[in-house]
Design a binder for this molecule. Structure first.
Ligand code: SF4
Length: 458
């Protein structure tokens, strides 16, 4: 990297390293209300076109080991039978929606996240998949994906999943260097990681994703060279490269981490840039800030045709699908209504039994929210927004309706971070570093005044 690049990077740090939403939804979950009337959600379900296909997400919160950096909603246990009670409630919830939605709706996307979904025993999967198949009809082109902790995964388990129709796997690797792993309580055996990834390839999963994190204790550009060698060796179809969000006031497990070993923001950004540079030179396409995909992957193709979107589950090429979330903390979006299940396990159980509020919180979008959501989704997903397409769809003058926002964009345009004209908004390569800040211009709840509690922009 030359001196000029370094200066540019310094400016980007100063400008974008401040708290800003990730915009996995708009309005963000901070605007959702606990007073949300569940009736809105039931109405949305009843009014949806009955045959319209669905995306289904199932949350499986159990893990055997508590990683110190974790920001997920998890239940830590080594006893496998803790799943029994959860499974009973999950199946009741599923049956409830089966009644409400009617049977036979096509599911085009089915995703299992956690926690560690491979905490489940094979007999748990048999029960869960049989119940899902009884209620839904799985599309023949279904995207059936699962997040896996490779350290508690055997070749036989992978074979079982493949036989059950899973075609996409995502392995949580995070880092492979012993010093980093030791500092975050995540013991991993590299030979085992190699073996399960190779086995997944051999079985023929359509897509293999690896997750890595930057910003963990003891990580440096030098230490990351080992991770890069591992990535080069396996050449995953997709790679998620997440920025570690240190929020110990929200996640008590993070309090146990040695904060003094965290890389300073400048080093953290340089790790990011080094990895990004390397991945681009290896032929990967950058998807949003933190994802990369091989050119033949459908995410890369969707990005090229400005058809990529971001939702709660990551990047998607199917933003039009309603999403049904099952399990503790799972989020649904039916038509314009968001609803989140209770986050705490006990509250979730009460909700399923009808002994407590069904949802933790939710939100019903109006036209204004929906328009802004569309703009933000497009900027976040494709680094591009089609003004002419939007005007045609909504029958409004973008220039008049969003005059203040267009004026706010000029500052970014003057700095070469985006190009805005009558037809579109297009982020430049440097602009992609500030994508969340640029999207924030269209956030009517913030408009330049980010609330605290978000992770930093870089
Ligand atoms: S395995 Fe994943 S979900 Fe479980 S504690 Fe570790 S990071 Fe969190």
């Amino acid at each position: 990297m030359n001196g000029k690049d370094n200066e540019k990077i310094q400016r980007l740090i100063e400008r974008f390293d401040s708290p800003v939403p990730r915009y996995t939804s708009y309005p963000t979950a901070l605007e959702w209300s606990e007073e949300f009337n569940a009736e809105l959600f039931w109405k949305a379900i009843k009014s949806r076109e009955q045959k319209a296909p669905l995306s289904v997400y199932v949350h499986l919160p159990f893990c055997e080991n508590q990683c110190l950096y974790c920001g997920c909603n998890t239940v830590i246990s080594r006893r496998k039978n803790v799943i029994d009670d959860y499974m009973d409630h999950l199946l009741s919830e599923l049956a409830f929606y089966g009644e409400m939605l009617g049977k036979g709706i096509t599911v085009e996307q089915l995703h299992f996240g956690g926690g560690t979904p491979n905490f489940l025993r094979i007999e748990d999967w048999q029960k869960l998949l049989a119940s899902l198949r009884e209620i839904f009809s799985f599309s023949k082109d279904i995207e059936q994906s699962i997040e896996l902790d490779p350290m508690v995964l055997s070749p036989e388990y992978l074979e079982y999943l493949f036989k059950e129709g899973f075609n996409r796997v995502s392995f949580g690797i995070q880092d492979i260097t012993p010093k980093v792993l030791g500092s975050v309580n995540r013991p991993q055996d590299i030979e085992h990681l190699d073996a399960v990834i190779l086995h997944a390839r051999k079985l023929g999963f359509v897509s293999v994703n690896l997750d890595f994190i930057y910003g963990l204790p003891h990580q440096t550009r030098e230490s990351y060279a080992e991770n890069l060698a591992f990535i080069r060796k396996h050449r995953p179809d997709r790679l998620a490269f997440f920025s570690y969000a240190h929020v110990p006031w929200m996640k008590s497990n993070q309090k146990k981490m040695d904060e003094t070993a965290l890389p300073v923001p400048e080093e953290k950004l340089r790790i990011y840039l080094r990895v990004r540079e390397e991945l681009l030179s290896e032929g990967y396409v950058q998807i949003g800030m933190d994802h990369f995909a091989l050119p033949g992957d459908e995410l890369s193709k969707a990005l090229a045709s400005h058809a990529l979107h971001r939702n709660f589950m990551g990047y998607t090429t199917k933003p039009e699908l309603d999403l049904l979330g099952l399990g503790a903390s799972a989020i649904s979006q039916i038509n314009r209504v968001f609803a989140q299940n209770p986050v705490k396990y006990n509250r979730y159980k009460k909700a399923v039994k009808g002994e407590g509020p069904r949802f933790e919180k939710g939100y019903g979008k109006n036209d204004e929210d929906e328009m802004r959501s569309e703009i933000i989704r497009s900027i976040m997903g494709s680094f591009f927004f089609s003004i002419s397409g939007f005007e045609k769809k909504w029958n409004v003058s973008f220039k008049e309706r969003f005059a203040a926002e267009i004026s706010a964009l000029q500052e970014f345009a003057a700095d070469g971070l985006l190009i805005v004209n009558d037809d579109s908004i297009l982020l430049t390569e440097n602009g992609t570093f500030g994508v969340r800040h640029i999207a924030k211009i269209f956030d009517a709840f913030r408009n330049g005044n980010a609330k605290t509690g978000f992770s930093r922009g870089i």
